[in-house]
Design a protein around this ligand. Structure first.
Ligand code: SF4
Length: 374
C-alpha cells in the first residue's frame, strides 16, 4: 500500500522526501498543499516539479478516513462518524462558538480505561489510531467546514483542538505526538499550543513525556476527590493514584503553555456531587497547584446505571469551589440532539457485536465519501 502522507509530521515528510531524492523545501511545499489547502491530488499541486509529482504518484497518497455519516445539530454542532475498518468507527465533533471553533478529536477506536460514566469506556478497546487517522479528522473537518461556511482563502474554521473524543490519547503516545506537531506547525494548521489540549485520565509517565516532547494544554479527568471513589470511577487510578497524578501535573506546569491545569469533573447524581465532595476537592487542590475546574453535566446512557446531577446541585458544588477561589465553569451541553455531547461519543458503536451490521445500515442511508474534504 502507498505511504499515507497524513502519517507524517514535517520532519517525517522531509525524511520521506529525502528518500525520494528531494530537498527539504519540497517537503514544506507538499506539507502546505496537503494541510493548508486540503489538496489530495498531486497533479493539482501546481508549484511542485513534475518529476516529484511523478514520484509521489507511484509511492504515496493522501488517504483520509471514509465518512460514514454527518449530523448537524440545531445549535450548529456537527458530528462526523468515520470508518476505521474491521467494523470500527470513530467520531469527531465540531463545536462552533461565537469567538472560536473547537474540534473534538478521537485517538483510539474504543478505550481500554473503562471509566464508569463513559460510553466509549463501556464499548471496550479495539485499537490505536495511526497518526494519519488522528490528523485525518482535523484535515477533513477544517477543509469541509471552510467549504460549508464559505470561508475565504486564509480564513480558518478550527482554532481549537481538544483530544477529548474516543480513547485515552496518552495510551497512544507514539501516534499522538506527530499528530500534535502537525496541528501546531505553521506550515500546516498553525494552532497555538494553548489551543491544543490533551485530555487524559492520568497516565502519569506519559504526562512527563508529553511535557518534554510536545507540551500543549493539559486537561485531567479527575471526577473524584479521593482514591476510593476514583478507583471506582476511573480504574486507571489503581495504577496511578491521585497523589502521583497531582505530582505529575505540578511537574507538567514547568513546560506547559498555560499556567494552570484544567480538571474535568463529571457530575454524577448521588455519587460525587455532594457539598462534602466539593469541600474535599478544595482541600485536595487549593494549595497544591494552579488549576481550573470544569464541571461536566453527565449524559446518561443505559449501561452506566448512573444519572445526571440536578442543576441546583451542580450550581451548589460550583459555588463551594468558587468561594474557595478555584475558577470553576460548568460545561454547556452541546449537540444533545445528535448524541455529540461529552461522554456520548460511542453512541453509534457501543454494541460492537453488531458493529459491521450497523455500519452497513448507515452506509445504505448516507453514501461514503472517499476520504477527502473536497
Ligand atoms: S473517559 Fe476517556 S479515558 Fe475514560 S473510558 Fe472514556 S475515553 Fe477512555
Amino acid at each position: 500500500m502507498a505511504v499515507n502522507l497524513l502519517d507524517f509530521d514535517l520532519e517525517g515528510l522531509a525524511a520521506f522526501c529525502e528518500g525520494l531524492g528531494e530537498k527539504r523545501f519540497r517537503a514544506v511545499q507538499l506539507y502546505r498543499w496537503v494541510h493548508q489547502k486540503g489538496q489530495a491530488d498531486f497533479e493539482q499541486m501546481s508549484d511542485l516539479a513534475k518529476s516529484l509529482r511523478g514520484k509521489l504518484a507511484g509511492a504515496a497518497e493522501v488517504r483520509g478516513l471514509p465518512l460514514i455519516s454527518e449530523h448537524v445539530s440545531a445549535d450548529g454542532t456537527t458530528k462526523w462518524l468515520f470508518d476505521v475498518a474491521d467494523g470500527n468507527a470513530v467520531e469527531t465533533v465540531f463545536i462552533p462558538e461565537t469567538d472560536r471553533g473547537t474540534l473534538c478529536v478521537s485517538s483510539q477506536a474504543g478505550c481500554a480505561v473503562g471509566c464508569r460514566f463513559c460510553s466509549t469506556g463501556h464499548q471496550g478497546f479495539s485499537r490505536n489510531l495511526s497518526t494519519g487517522e488522528i490528523i485525518a479528522q482535523l484535515w477533513f473537518a477544517e477543509h469541509r467546514l471552510r467549504q460549508t461556511l464559505g470561508l475565504k482563502e486564509g480564513e480558518r474554521a478550527i482554532d481549537n483542538v481538544v483530544m477529548m473524543g474516543m480513547g485515552e490519547p496518552l495510551q497512544n503516545y507514539s501516534a499522538l505526538v506527530p499528530a500534535l506537531r502537525t496541528m501546531l506547525d505553521d506550515h500546516a494548521y498553525g494552532l497555538s499550543r494553548r489551543r491544543v489540549t490533551v485530555s487524559t485520565s492520568g497516565v502519569v509517565p506519559m504526562i512527563d513525556r508529553l511535557r518534554d516532547d510536545c507540551p500543549v494544554a493539559l486537561a485531567v479527568s479527575l471526577h473524584a476527590p479521593d482514591d476510593t471513589l476514583r478507583d471506582h470511577l476511573v480504574p486507571l487510578n489503581r495504577k496511578y493514584p491521585i497523589e502521583e497524578l497531582l505530582d505529575a501535573c505540578v511537574r507538567y506546569l514547568s513546560a506547559a503553555p498555560r499556567d494552570f491545569i484544567t480538571f474535568e469533573y463529571c457530575m454524577l447524581d448521588g455519587v460525587n456531587d455532594t457539598p462534602e465532595h466539593a469541600q474535599a476537592l478544595v482541600k485536595l487542590l487549593k494549595t497544591r497547584l494552579p488549576c481550573k475546574l470544569n464541571l461536566i453535566p453527565f449524559n446518561p446512557f443505559p449501561a452506566s446505571g448512573l444519572l445526571r446531577s440536578p442543576r441546583e446541585r451542580v450550581q451548589a458544588f460550583a459555588q463551594v469551589l468558587q468561594a474557595a477561589g478555584i475558577v470553576t465553569t460548568v460545561r454547556k451541553t452541546r449537540g444533545d440532539d445528535i448524541d455529540a455531547a461529552c461522554g456520548q461519543l460511542a453512541g453509534e458503536v457501543q454494541d460492537r457485536t453488531n458493529a459491521r451490521d450497523r455500519l452497513a445500515r448507515q452506509r445504505a442511508v448516507i453514501p461514503i465519501v472517499a476520504g477527502g474534504p473536497a
